[in-house]
Write a protein that binds this ligand. Sequence first.
Ligand code: SF4
Length: 327
Amino acid sequence: MLAFYRGHGRALPWRETRAPYGIWIAEVMLQQTRVETVVPRFPVFLRRFPDIFALAAAKEASVCQAWAGLGYYGRARNLHRAAAMIVRQLDGRLPSDASAWRRLPGVGEYTAAAIASIAFGERAAAVDGNVVRVLARVFALPGRASDPGLLRAVRAKAQGLVACEHPGDINQALMDVGATLCRPATPACAACPLRSLCRARREGNAAAYPGKKARAPRRILRIAFAFVEIGSALLLERRPLDGLWAGLWELPSASGPSAKRNLGRRLGHAPGPLLARVGHDLSHRRVLASVYRAQATRGSRQKWWRDPLAAPLSALARKAIVAARGG
Ligand code: SF4
């Protein structure tokens, strides 16, 4: 695995450094976000906030602005809060072990293990969905991807693998095998450094591991949006700081089975013509949104935006604005 990582590992900008600050930023950016999306954003963010002190001293709005294009803005806010805590409580020294990282906002078990192993050489296994797939196959571990029993077994195997001199490289090698070779439906076993050990490959049924997750039925959430435009400015409203799309901007809205009627109640007038319908899938819900032209209304947390697509929008609001403008 080490030979594979050193000879064929992915060349990624955050791998050019062992500086903990850059590795932390990269690992947070990579949460729920594709590597290709992070690659161009990472150096831009680092140029804007080159160290922990610059990040801690920045305004939250500037950090969110530099996060544009990455989505899930809660991560940017957590990064900013964690930076302030590190400067205030640790004199700007980044923690060196996974358990200390876990105490910072926005750092879960995987991210903590990745940072501690890559930047500090701690023997901590970083286990995400890719690593579960690889190790379930290599050791032919039974169970569905989300089964606690399978996760425990994978963690034990992964912990055994990182009990070596280069735990960070092993974690990254496993990440690379999972992302580039051991694909869910069509694993590229011929090129895989684990092929001679892999029990699922020998059994000839790699794609059967891990077992498929049971699908929860998706509930429908209906939303009605008000599209209030004066000249080129659009009225947006900031969502509350907790819950779905926390702190992001969107069109003024109402939800529920009678979303349009609820929107009318909020606005104090019946919404105008329908401009667009858009759908958006969340993990357990399908959101169906209708966008209606409407007149200005007073509300707290509202602001006119001349370039609304530059605002930190929820993914649904972005789709709704583009569709309502005929994009
Ligand atoms: S040999 Fe095939 S199934 Fe096994 S880990 Fe490698 S790519 Fe995955």
